[in-house]
Design a protein around this ligand. Structure first.
Ligand code: TXA
Ligand code: MG
Length: 314
C-alpha cells in the first residue's frame, strides 16, 4: 500500500456525523480521547486497519486497541468474563484497556494474529459520539508516527498526519496526556502490561490480585513493549536533582538545552508529550526532565520516560 497525498479535513465537534461516516466507509480519522489522540479506523474492515500501520509506520506485529461506545460492541468482538464485567462497571468509560479472548469477527490485522483483543471505552464525549456515528467499533493506536511521543494536541496530530488521512477532529489538549492502563485478563492472574492513570491498587480493589509486568522481558506479551517509544528528536536525559541538572548543563555546554520540571504528576502527564514535541519544534538538542516519584500516576510517567530517554548517571 502506498501513501497518497490527500486532503485532510478538519472537523469540529458539530461535524462528527460526517467524520463517523468516513470511518464507516474505511477512511482514517484522528480523534481526541481523554488519554491521547487516537488514529481511528473501522475495526472490522481489514483494509482500513492496514492503512493505520502504513501511515504510522507501525510494525504489523504490534496490535491495536479497539474503542467501543457500548457493551453490545464488546460482546460483538470478545468473550466477556466476570472480572471484565466488574472492571467495566467500575472504570468505563475511562483509561483502562482490557484484553480478552477475541471473537472471529475481529480481523487478524487488528490483533496482529493474536487470539486476544484489547478494548476500551474512552471517557470523552467526542470520541464516544464518533464511535456511535460510525456505527462500528474503532481500532486506534495513539496518533503519532511510530516511535514519536503520542499526540496529545490537535496541532501535533496535524503535523504527523496532515495530507495522509481523511480527517482530524479538532479539540483541546487531551486531559490525561498519557495512554491508558493495559490489563490482560486472559491469564490466570491478570497482568498490567502497561501502567496508566488507573493503578494496580484500584484494580485490585475490584478483582483481587494482579501482577505488574516489568516491561523488560525478552519476549514481551504486549508487543508494543518491544519498540522504541515516546522519543522526541532531542536526546532526553532524566535527572534526580538540582546537582544533576547542573552537571548535565556543564557536560553539554554549547548545546541547546530545554529543562522540564513539573509541579505534580497530573501536570506532568498532561504536558510531557506536548513539551517534548514543542522542544523539537524549537530545535533543542537536549531535554532534561526532572524525574518523579514512581508511585501512582508517577509510575506510568516514569515508564514512558525511561523508554523515551536515559537516566543520568553522575
Ligand atoms: O490511551 C490509549 O490507550 C490510546 C488511546 C488512543 O486510546 N491508545 C494507545 O494505543 O495507546 P497504542 O496502539 O499506542 O498502544 C496499545 C498498546 C500497545 O503496547 C500494544 O502492544 C498493546 O496495547 N496491545 C494491543 N492489543 C494487545 C493484545 N491483544 N495483547 C497484548 N497487548 C496488546
Ligand atoms: Mg502508541
Amino acid at each position: 500500500m502506498r501513501l497518497v497525498n490527500m486532503k485532510t479535513k478538519i472537523f469540529n465537534r458539530k461535524q462528527l456525523k460526517q467524520a463517523g461516516e468516513l470511518i464507516k466507509k474505511g477512511e482514517l480519522i484522528a480523534f481526541p480521547t481523554e488519554t491521547v489522540y487516537g488514529l481511528g479506523a473501522n475495526a472490522l474492515n481489514p483494509k482500513a486497519v492496514k492503512k493505520i500501520f502504513v501511515v504510522k509506520g507501525r510494525p504489523s506485529n504490534n496490535p491495536l486497541i479497539i474503542h467501543v461506545c457500548n457493551l453490545k460492541q464488546v460482546e460483538e468482538i470478545a468473550y466477556l468474563n466476570p472480572l471484565a464485567k466488574k472492571l467495566i462497571k467500575k472504570f468505563w468509560p475511562g483509561p483502562l484497556t482490557i484484553i480478552l479472548k477475541k471473537k472471529k469477527i475481529v480481523p487478524k490485522e487488528v490483533t496482529a494474529g493474536l487470539r486476544t483483543v484489547a478494548i476500551r471505552m474512552p471517557d470523552n464525549k467526542t470520541a464516544l459520539a464518533l464511535i456511535k456515528y460510525s456505527n462500528c467499533p474503532i481500532a486506534a493506536p495513539s496518533a503519532n508516527i511510530s516511535g514519536k511521543p503520542s499526540g496529545t494536541c490537535f496541532e501535533h496530530v496535524y503535523e504527523d498526519f496532515g495530507g495522509k488521512i481523511a480527517g482530524i477532529i479538532k479539540s483541546r489538549q487531551c486531559k490525561i496526556g498519557i495512554e491508558s492502563t493495559v490489563l490482560d485478563l486472559t491469564q490466570k492472574i491478570p497482568e498490567i502490561l502497561r501502567p496508566g492513570k488507573i493503578i494496580k491498587k484500584q484494580i485490585e480493589k475490584i478483582i483481587g490480585r494482579v501482577r505488574e509486568s516489568k516491561g523488560h522481558v525478552s519476549k514481551p506479551k504486549s508487543p508494543g513493549m518491544a519498540y522504541k517509544h515516546y522519543s522526541p528528536n532531542a536526546k532526553v536525559i532524566i535527572v534526580k536533582n538540582k546537582s544533576q541538572i547542573k552537571e548535565v548543563f556543564k557536560k553539554y555546554s554549547g548545546k541547546k538545552i530545554k529543562l522540564l520540571i513539573y509541579k505534580n504528576a497530573i501536570n506532568m502527564a498532561h504536558n510531557l508529550f506536548k513539551d517534548f514535541r514543542d522542544a523539537d519544534k524549537k530545535g533543542f538538542d537536549i531535554i532534561i526532565v526532572k524525574s518523579i516519584q514512581e508511585k501512582s500516576l508517577g509510575n506510568a510517567i516514569m515508564n514512558r520516560l525511561r523508554k523515551g530517554g536515559k537516566i543520568y548517571q553522575s
